[in-house]
Design a protein around this ligand. Structure first.
Ligand SMILES: O=C(COP(=O)(O)O)N(O)CCCCO
Ligand code: NA
Ligand SMILES: [Zn+2]
Length: 311
């Protein structure tokens, strides 16, 4: 059934497990993710960036938002696991309003690059509109470094836990993404992965809302290896170590944004299939090979984060 993201996250927050939020840009990734969540009997959050909406609408924002709502609801309404659709990194008012109008479960207002007061003002405004429409809201405090899909930030600016308390109280935001040292994409850390667990612990104690980890992909070595074996160049790729991810969940992270791990899995399956099947040109077959690896990663992540069987 199609639900509000907040319902999924409140339950996760109470029971200290996490739910991955998988990014989708097309039908194939969504099918792979949904199959994985059904097999694992897990709650499902799929999310789209503004770029994904523009892509699916072939340049038209509202068509793109409608496309994802129609596709996700079509399947969600016929399965017995909870499914939510979230707007990821909503930076522009027209995308956020299009998502609310189209029927998204929740929206992120990402004004994390603005000064605190401006982030607070914008978030308050979106919370008022979204809540009036029964839509839940995510916001971000602090900044992630890294570039992905036009989500660019200069460098890591870690969240201030005291500011997070004020921010949540003043805005009424439903769930918060505290920047604790991760970044988007496949090249997250120069040296060792370094997340600020102390800061995360304080944010959870002071805000008591479900928390979101951005830039949470692990860049799984087995899929990097296959992708590279069949011609990909992913040298220097490094993600969040799984033990660090586990620690984040123990400290109160409940939504784990996962895009890069699915992208690497898909390209690994696709490259392998194309190399091994030179005569093949049916898109359902070669895209199906990418889907297969995506589904594997989805199922492992659902188990790992503790939400398998929680639907
Ligand atoms: O935090 C994330 C995912 O991060 P990762 O790149 O670690 O999968 N997202 O918000 C999705 C990616 C941003 C736009 O594509
Ligand atoms: Na988000
Ligand atoms: Zn993100």
């Amino acid at each position: 059934m199609y639900v509000n993201t907040k319902d999924i996250l409140e339950k996760a927050s109470k029971e200290y497990y996490a739910v991955p939020a998988f990014n989708i840009n097309n039908m194939e990734f969504f099918h792979a993710i949904l199959e994985g969540a059904l097999e694992k009997r897990a709650p499902l959050i799929v999310e789209t960036s503004e770029g994904a909406i523009k892509y699916a609408g072939n340049g038209d924002i509202f068509k793109g938002a409608r496309f994802f709502v129609e596709m996700v609801r079509l399947f969600a309404d016929s399965v017995d696991i909870p499914v939510a659709l979230h707007l990821d990194h909503g930076k522009h008012f027209e995308y956020i309003i299009a998502a609310i109008k189209a029927g998204y479960s929740s929206v992120m207002i990402d004004a994390s690059e603005e000064p605190f007061e401006e982030n607070l003002r914008k978030t308050k405004e979106i919370v008022k509109i979204a809540h009036a429409a029964g839509v839940s809201v995510e916001a971000e405090l602090g900044q992630l470094a890294g570039v992905e899909d036009n989500v660019v930030a200069a460098e890591n600016v870690l969240v201030d836990p005291e500011q997070a308390k004020i921010f949540v109280e003043e805005t009424g935001v439903d769930f918060l993404a505290p920047a604790i040292g991760t970044s988007h994409g496949a090249f997250k850390f120069k040296g060792e992965a370094k997340l600020d667990f102390e800061r995360l612990k304080k944010v959870k104690e002071l805000t008591k809302v479900p928390l979101v980890l951005h830039g949470a992909s692990s860049v799984l070595p087995e899929y990097v290896r296959i992708a590279e074996e069949y011609g990909a160049d992913l040298s220097g790729a490094k993600g969040v170590p799984e033990e660090d991810l586990k620690k984040c969940v123990e400290l109160g992270i409940n939504k784990v944004n996962t895009d890069t791990d699915l992208r690497i899995a898909f390209i690994a399956g696709l490259r392998k299939y194309l190399k091994e099947n030179p005569k093949e040109f049916d898109p359902r077959h070669y895209l199906g090979a990418g889907k297969k690896f995506v589904k594997e990663v989805v199922m492992n992540r659902l188990e790992f984060l503790g939400c398998a069987g929680k639907a």
